[in-house]
Write a protein that binds this ligand. Structure first.
Ligand code: NAP
Length: 346
C-alpha cells in the first residue's frame, strides 16, 4: 500500500489509539494531535508503537476550543481522521460548554484547517449512532425495523441526551462545510457502543469505565432492560481506514454489529468466568428504574423513552461498500475482560 500522510485528532483516546496503531503497522506517516504535549504518559503507548512498526509518528498540540490550533497538524496531510470529541453521557453541569462547544466548534476548527491546507483529499469524521437516533423508542414509534444511514437524530437537545445532540450537531456542521467546497470529501463513521480491549490502562474513557463498572458489581442487584447496539473497537479502527482509503466510499457508514442489554454482556462474562465477577443476573423492572432514576443520574423521561425498547441497526452499507466484517460480541467482551485482567485493572 502507498504510504500516506494522515492526521488523527484526539489520539490519546480509546478508539483513536487503535487507529494510530493500525496506520503505523501499515507504514503511514501519522500526525497525531494531543491536548498537552508534555503529558507523554497519555501517548507513550503510541511512541512505543512507532518504534515497533515501520510508520512514522509526529506529535502536535491542539485543542478543539482553540481556533487555528489544528492548522500545523493538518497542513500537508492527505487524510484527516477527526475523532476528538468529549464522550460522556451524564453531564448535568454545563452541557453547552462541556459537550456541544468542543464537539461542534472543534469540528469546525478541524475542517477550517482542512480548508486552509489545500492538501487534504478526504476527512473521516467519527460520528456515532447517537447522530442517527435519540431514544430507543423511536424505532417502534416510527415503524423502523433497523436504523440506517438515512435517519437523523431529531429529538436530542441540550437539556436532554446532550451527548447525542453534540454528535448530531457536529456531524451536521461537517456536512455543511463539506458541501461548501470541492477540494475534499467527507465520510462519516457511526459506531454503536464501543467495547473491546484498550491499548492503555486508562479507565476514564466511557466505554472502558462501563465494562469496569459491570465487572465491579455495581449492577449486581440487577440491570435495567436498556438495549444497546455494540461495536468492537478493532472493527471501528479498521472501518476508519477503509472509510479513508476506499476510493468510492462516500456518505455515512453504520459500523455496529450485535444488539443487546447489559444483561447480555453480563451473561457472556458469567458463562466464561462463573461467579468470579458480581455481574447482574436479572433485569430490574421498568417501574423501579423509573422510580430511582434521579438517584442514579438518569431522568425519568429517559427511562420512559428507552427502557424496554428493542434496538437494531443495518450495517449492510459498511459490508457491501467498505468490505467490513464484524467481530462477535462474545469475542469483543471476553477480549476486553482479558485485557483488563492482564493490565491489573480488575
Ligand atoms: P475517549 O477515549 O474519551 O477519547 C476522546 C478523545 O477526545 C481524547 O483524545 C480526548 O483528549 C479528546 N478531547 C476531548 N476534549 C478535547 C478538547 N477540548 N480538545 C482536544 N481533544 C479533546 O473517547 P472514545 O471512546 O475514544 O471516543 C472517540 C470518538 O468516538 C468520539 O468522537 C466519540 O464521540 C466517538 N464515539 C465513541 C463511541 C464509544 O462507545 N466509545 C461510540 C460512538 C462514537 P484527552 O485525552 O486530552 O482527554
Amino acid at each position: 500500500m502507498d504510504k500516506k500522510k494522515i492526521t488523527v485528532t484526539g489520539a490519546t483516546g480509546y478508539i483513536a489509539s487503535w487507529i494510530v496503531r493500525d496506520l503505523l503497522i501499515d507504514g503511514h506517516e501519522v500526525r497525531i494531535t494531543v491536548r498537552d504535549k508534555t503529558r507523554t504518559d497519555k501517548f507513550q503507548h503510541l511512541l512505543d508503537l512507532e518504534k515497533q512498526n515501520s510508520g512514522k509518528l509526529l506529535v502536535f498540540e491542539a485543542n478543539l476550543l482553540q481556533e487555528g490550533s489544528y492548522d500545523e497538524a493538518v497542513k500537508g496531510a492527505e487524510y484527516v481522521m477527526h475523532t476528538a470529541s468529549p464522550f460522556f453521557l451524564d453531564d448535568k453541569t454545563d452541557p453547552k460548554a462541556n459537550l456541544l462547544d468542543p464537539a461542534v466548534n472543534g469540528t469546525r476548527n478541524v475542517i477550517q484547517a482542512v480548508n486552509r491546507s489545500k492538501s487534504v483529499k478526504r476527512v473521516v469524521l467519527t460520528s456515532s449512532l447517537a447522530a442517527i437516533y435519540g431514544d430507543n423508542k423511536e424505532m417502534s414509534d416510527n415503524g423502523i425495523e433497523a436504523l440506517d444511514e438515512s435517519i437523523w437524530n431529531t429529538t436530542s437537545k441540550l437539556n436532554y441526551n446532550a451527548y447525542s445532540y453534540s454528535k448530531t450537531e457536529a456531524e451536521k456542521a461537517a456536512w455543511a462545510m463539506a458541501e461548501d467546497q470541492s477540494d475534499w470529501d467527507l465520510v462519516t463513521i457511526h459506531p454503536g457502543f464501543v467495547l473491546g480491549p484498550s491499548l492503555t490502562k486508562r479507565k476514564d474513557s466511557t466505554s472502558i469505565g462501563t465494562l469496569i463498572r459491570i465487572l465491579s458489581g455495581e449492577l449486581k442487584s440487577g440491570s435495567p432492560n436498556l438495549q444497546f447496539i455494540f461495536s468492537d473497537v478493532r472493527d471501528i479502527s479498521r472501518g476508519h481506514l477503509l472509510g479513508a482509503f476506499t476510493k468510492e466510499a462516500h456518505g455515512r457508514y453504520i459500523l455496529a454489529n450485535e444488539s443487546g442489554s447489559l444483561l447480555r454482556i453480563a451473561k457472556i462474562i458469567s458463562d466464561e468466568y462463573g461467579k468470579r465477577f458480581k455481574v447482574p443476573e436479572k433485569t430490574v423492572p421498568k417501574w423501579l428504574v423509573w422510580l430511582i432514576a434521579p438517584t442514579i443520574g438518569l431522568s425519568r423521561l429517559f427511562i420512559k423513552n428507552n427502557v424496554g425498547y428493542p434496538l437494531s441497526a443495518n450495517n449492510k452499507r459498511s459490508i457491501n461498500e467498505l468490505g467490513m466484517s464484524y467481530t462477535s460480541l462474545k469475542d469483543t467482551v471476553l477480549d476486553h475482560v482479558k485485557q483488563l485482567e492482564a493490565d491489573g485493572i480488575i
